[in-house]
Design a protein around this ligand. Structure first.
Ligand SMILES: Nc1ncnc2c1ncn2[C@@H]1O[C@H](COP(=O)(O)OP(=O)(O)OP(=O)(O)O)[C@@H](O)[C@H]1O
Ligand code: NI
Length: 391
């Protein structure tokens, strides 16, 4: 997808590698973050291994917001922690996560960087993090004002005379009320602690922001305000990876959606297609959306598998109505979906009782070449051509 005068993306050009280009983006340019085959294994006592993240690949373009969604325990936070070198010692990480910089020489493989580099130049400066448990990340014995002021001084180099005002402005970006700045973390509600953590993460104006459940504990209007502020962060070309259970928040701000299941990306697609038409193509992703009260309100039967005891093949197969013998092998992410039997336009039409005369005859079997099938269903960027426009 690289433009003619641009170098190709550093690692492959495939379904994981491109975002819809928006104003301020760099059409066909280098991704800001290029993750390839990221896997994390936790080695436990007794030789047990937990496959928390498996073969995850995606790109994030400058100015893009990618929402990472999936049930509790599917590996979202571990993935974010791996990118920042924040995993415990029993975690074994493989793969690559190339973070681009202003110059070619500034590119850095986050997974290979040493602790000193991550601490001095990456965390807060090149990659901001809104942690999932803000209360645990705030220093308990210092007020929010003092923590925020120190972060502002460290990351922006503001002088003493400007610090008070800059601290106030930093709090305001995350809707943290000024009259609560002199409180200690234990005096904050969950939602306020969340906003304090968001304010801290935004200070450095890092080119990449990882936000892990940044809206937990917030009321709907604050959810919207918070995600809008995070989204605003991308207007200057910053990238935002938001991890969330809040699909409405994801729909509001994301350009693309990555659905994780049991440590793997099940689907990676344009948000407009995912939340609108044709909808998710992976049966799990579709189930996730259908479980919403405002949709079918139908939960996915069964439970996610233990990551320490994954079945062979597709981990979703035991819960999947579409599963067949083919699912004994792990499906690759092809055309944005990792499924041997992705949901097709025909299926969707049948479900809704419509007839679609224009759709090719697809049956969802591997290699089916329908508009939403595995072969030729997507352009490499996960965006879709209008029906009938494809050869
Ligand atoms: N330090 C650790 N040691 C062993 N296993 C771990 C460790 N941290 C996480 N895990 C396991 O890795 C898996 C993924 O955890 P993770 O926190 O990434 O889930 P998640 O998708 O963020 O869930 P949630 O939505 O609840 O935050 C889980 O099975 C979890 O138990
Ligand atoms: Ni998490």
């Amino acid at each position: 997808m690289a433009g003619e005068d641009q170098p190709p993306p550093p690692i492959g050009a495939d379904a994981v590698s491109q975002a819809p280009q928006k104003d301020g983006g760099s059409p066909g340019g280098r991704p800001l973050l290029s993750v390839r085959e990221l896997s994390v294994r936790f080695r436990m006592s007794g030789g047990r291994e937990i496959a928390a993240v498996s073969d995850v690949s995606f790109d994030l373009a400058p100015g893009e917001c990618l929402a990472l969604v999936g049930e509790s325990g599917c590996g979202k936070s571990v993935l974010a922690s791996a990118l920042l070198g924040l995993l415990p010692r029993n975690a074994y990480v493989s793969g690559r996560a190339l973070l681009s910089g202003p110059g070619a020489r500034d590119a850095l493989d986050l997974l290979a960087a040493d602790e000193a580099t991550l601490a001095r130049t990456v965390r807060g400066r090149r990659v901001g993090l809104v942690p999932q448990s803000p209360a645990a990340h705030l220093t308990p014995v210092r007020t929010v004002r003092s923590q925020l002021a120190e972060t502002v001084r460290e990351l922006t180099g503001r002088k003493r005379g400007e610090l008070a005002e800059a601290t106030l402005a930093a709090a305001g970006r995350a809707a943290f009320p000024a009259d609560h700045l002199d409180r200690y973390p234990h005096q904050l509600s969950g939602g306020l602690a969340q906003r304090a953590a968001t304010a801290l993460a935004l200070v450095g104006d890092a080119p990449l922001l990882l936000a892990d459940e940044p809206t937990t504990g917030l009321d709907r209007d604050l959810v919207e305000r918070t995600v809008d502020e995070l989204r605003a962060h991308t207007e200057d070309g910053c990238g935002l990876l938001i991890i969330t259970h809040d699909l409405a928040a994801a729909e509001r701000i994301a350009d693309r959606v990555a659905v994780m299941y049991a440590g793997r990306v099940a689907e990676l697609t344009a948000a407009a297609d995912f939340f609108g038409s044709p909808g998710p193509r992976h049966p799990y992703a579709r189930g996730l959306l259908d479980a919403l009260p405002e949709r079918a309100f139908a939960p996915i039967p069964g439970m996610p598998p233990e990551l320490g005891d994954l079945p062979e093949g597709c981990a979703f197969a035991p819960r999947c109505a579409r599963a067949s013998d083919a699912c004994a092998t792990v499906p690759a992410l092809t055309g944005g979906v990792a499924c041997h039997h992705p949901v097709t336009a025909t299926d969707t039409a049948q479900e809704s009782g419509h007839d679609i005369a224009t759709a090719p005859d697809t049956d969802g079997t591997p290699g089916a070449a329908g508009p939403y099938g595995t072969a030729g269903g997507d352009d490499a960027d996960g965006t879709r051509q209008p029906e009938g426009s494809r050869a």
